[in-house]
Design a protein around this ligand. Structure first.
Ligand code: F6R
Length: 247
């Protein structure tokens, strides 16, 4: 695992977008799909902004890109502005030439009866396209990646989980109060994320400093699921000055 520290989030976000763009082009040159695992939240917003800019100004095409989002609240309707479906379209998909059928975001409206099979099918779909070439991650203050909250097993796969209280507190402003924050979510598992060939985790700001220290310097433990990444051979943690304050 490499750690790199930048002054703020601007420059590294552009560098990450450039890495993704060259991966897309390499795959395109070899007539292969480029399979991207994507995150929502504040951390990747500037990466998506830059990818949109590259599409509009430099002709970067996403026609060979297949995406799998990490997670979605449950239950959650696509049309809800708090949904991750809405977020991804607003920040990325509405502005690029990705084929709608190549976009995969866990469906927050799948019925309770179908949920178990739905999660297995999500995994199978990732496998069927050759696995994740690149996984973009943020990190929650609980140490979650995706919505793999403390207690998540190394071998966990896509499943329905219960959100940690701290995660719901952090989401409360977007939902205009904690009572409106869903209690559950569908998330890719730790095992799903760890299978990615390349992982980049973004953390910005001093409110991430403590969990970043535990993630990078602490023992590997299910209590801080992001610590599992210490055992992934091709992971980079990209931090700004605030997030690296405790290192
Ligand atoms: C979002 C996700 C979460 C976030 C994390 C950090 O799809 O999987 O793990 O990456 O909660 O969120 P922000 O970036 O808003 O601080």
């Amino acid at each position: 695992v490499h750690n790199v520290i930048f002054k703020d989030s601007q420059e590294p976000s552009i560098l990450v977008a450039q890495e993704i763009a060259s991966l897309i082009k390499d795959k395109e040159a070899n007539h292969q799909p480029c399979v991207l695992g994507l995150a929502t939240g504040s951390s990747p917003i500037k990466v998506y902004e830059e990818l949109v800019r590259m599409h509009k100004e430099e002709g970067l095409s996403f026609s060979n890109v297949v995406t799998f989002n990490l997670d979605e609240y449950y239950p959650m309707d696509k049309s809800n502005i708090q949904s991750y479906f809405y977020f991804m379209h607003e920040h990325l998909f509405n502005h690029i030439d990705i084929l709608p059928e190549n976009i995969n975001i866990p469906n927050g409206k799948v019925s309770a009866d179908d949920l178990y099979q739905y999660c297995i099918d999500y995994e199978m779909k990732i496998k069927a396209v050759g696995g994740l070439d690149f996984q973009l991650l943020g990190i929650g203050r609980t140490g979650h990646i995706g919505f793999n909250e403390p207690g998540s097993h190394l071998n966990s796969r896509t499943r329905n989980i219960t959100l940690d209280h701290i995660t719901r507190v952090d989401a409360a402003p977007a939902f205009l109060g904690i009572d409106n924050v869903p209690r559950k979510a569908i998330t890719m598992g730790i095992g799903t994320v760890m299978s990615a060939k390349r992982i980049v985790l973004l953390a910005w700001g001093a409110n991430k400093a403590e969990i970043v220290k535990e993630t990078i310097e602490g023992n590997i433990t299910p209590e801080v699921p992001a610590t599992y990444l210490q055992n992934h051979g091709n992971t980079t943690f990209i931090l700004d000055e605030g997030a690296s304050l405790e290192l």
